[in-house]
Design a protein around this ligand. Structure first.
Ligand SMILES: C[S@@+](CC[C@H](N)C(=O)[O-])C[C@H]1O[C@@H](n2cnc3c(N)ncnc32)[C@H](O)[C@@H]1O
Ligand code: SF4
Length: 445
């Protein structure tokens, strides 16, 4: 095939700064649209390889709405809405399991939002429904659950341990209260310490901690202090996220841009963790080198499909990605959840919102998902999957190598440290013009 269109040159791209957009799955949800007519789920999954699927359940409830967060979630949900949500998810799970037919899952995750916002009895209901409908038990599959400092209580953690959950991921963001308060996150240091102690006491195998850099009032010293404090719990994994919503009161030392500030903090964090026995597996993810983690934390799902349950969850087949509608604003999110809760079982048998991936888009997805991760782009595997050479399809790859941002070794193309820190610029560079346009035209609600 001829090479795929490129939106700008590498120097142009890099002059735009390293923080252009997080490639969390490609295409982005903002490129999804309503289908002309709903597609029967059974047909969507017919002919797919269902031997190693990823099961994901989204719980769109939180105790607070953090200023940096663009996830699909709602705060202060009445108990009736939560119960209605679980009832609807049970209806959906039965219909989806029936439409999938013979399917085998190789891992699962319960994310959000904050899944542990649910009470213990409701969490039990969640594990039961996954097991009943899909035979997916956390005791047999590598399973990950997201939690927050206020909701990681000993009772809930005990349930996660009993059920066999392997990985618990907690948002801390910063151990300095004024920094988290600057993004509207009402979190007390004492609460964070209690939660992390409780996770360790519960004996769950993998603790993953999220931290954010670029926060208001944050300095290299306070950032390093947060990292050091995090390591007192020896987490098996850490995620370092750049803040994307510009703080009103930045650290802004004279003559420096916010990009410079974030890049300095990124490098400081990376070097500190590398020197402390961690391996970097992507721009954001660091794992304890002495204890490699079996679960893939960033859900690369390069080849396997993903079955998403609940409202806001995405599902992937080879050529079709779909989800419920997407919103971030409080009213939009509530409307979408209420529609989900009111849905009769039959409606769960159809998908009405998503995007089709032609083979060009599938190639881009393959390159993006592998290149931005330590696994790297396996040139032979790409050739086998698409019958063409990735360098022929993507002239950008040779440019990256020439600029010292990527290198090839034993048939695998990987980013160098200089390339890795530009991941949030390089990802969007590889998006197709069609997907860029669809995301730009997306009407936020
Ligand atoms: C589902 S939450 C984690 C669990 C829990 N809700 C909490 O906040 O403690 C998602 C994580 O993604 C990270 N994150 C980084 N950038 C984000 C963004 N723009 N929107 C949402 N989450 C973001 C945050 O560090 C946050 O901890
Ligand atoms: S960061 Fe976590 S707690 Fe805050 S709004 Fe997002 S999902 Fe909810």
């Amino acid at each position: 095939m001829t090479s795929l269109p490129v939106s700008s040159t590498l120097p142009d791209l890099l002059s735009g700064g390293p923080y252009q957009g997080y490639t969390y799955g490609y295409p982005h949800k903002t490129a999804y649209r309503a289908f002309e007519s709903p597609l029967p789920l059974r047909e969507v999954w017919a002919g797919e390889d269902k031997s190693s699927l990823f099961l994901y359940l989204h719980i769109p409830f939180c105790e607070m709405r953090c200023g940096f967060c663009n996830l699909f979630t709602t705060v202060n949900a009445p108990v009736s809405l939560e119960q209605g949500y679980l009832d609807a998810t049970e209806r959906q799970a039965e219909v989806v399991a029936d439409a999938l037919g013979d399917a085998t899952f190789s891992r699962m995750a319960i994310g959000g939002g904050t899944p542990t916002y649910l009470e213990v009895g409701d969490l039990e209901r969640v594990f039961d429904l996954l097991e009943r409908s899909f035979g997916a038990s956390a005791a047999r599959l590598p399973t990950s659950v997201e939690t927050s400092p206020a909701t990681a209580t000993p009772e809930r953690l005990e349930l996660l341990r009993e059920r066999g959950v392997e990985r618990v991921s907690i948002g801390v963001q910063s151990f300095t209260e004024s920094e988290v308060h600057s993004v509207g996150r009402a979190q007390q240091h004492k609460q964070v310490v209690t939660a992390l102690d409780a996770i360790r006491a519960a004996g769950l195998p993998v603790l993953s901690i999220d931290l954010i850099y670029g926060l208001a009032h944050q300095t290299p010293e306070t950032w390093l202090e947060s990292l050091k404090t995090a390591l007192t719990w020896a987490p098996e994994e850490l995620f370092l996220y750049p803040l994307y919503v510009r703080p009103l009161t930045g650290i802004g030392r004279l003559g420096r841009t916010w990009d410079d500030e974030r890049l300095e903090l990124y490098r400081l964090g990376r070097d500190f963790l590398l020197a402390s026995g961690y391996l970097q597996t992507s721009m954001r993810c660091f794992q304890l080198a002495s204890q490699p983690i079996a679960v893939e934390p960033e859900y690369t799902c390069k080849t396997g499909g993903m079955v998403g349950l609940g409202c806001g969850a995405r599902s992937y087949t080879q050529a079709l990605h779909y989800s419920s509608e997407y919103a971030v604003g409080a009213v939009g999110v509530r409307e979408i959840i209420q529609d989900f809760v009111a849905r009769p079982a039959e409606r769960f048998g159809y998908v009405s919102h998503g995007i089709r991936l032609n083979t060009d888009e599938q190639r881009r997805r393959f390159v993006l998902q592998s290149m931005l991760n330590i696994v790297g782009l396996d040139v032979g595997m790409y050739r086998q999957a698409f019958g063409s050479d990735p360098h022929g399809d993507f002239p950008q790859l040779a440019e990256l190598e020439a600029a010292g941002l990527a290198f090839q070794q034993s048939g695998i193309l990987r980013l160098t440290p200089a390339g890795l820190e530009q991941s949030d610029a390089l990802g969007p560079w590889l998006y197709s013009p069609v997907m860029v346009r669809l995301s730009e035209e997306y009407a936020w609600r």
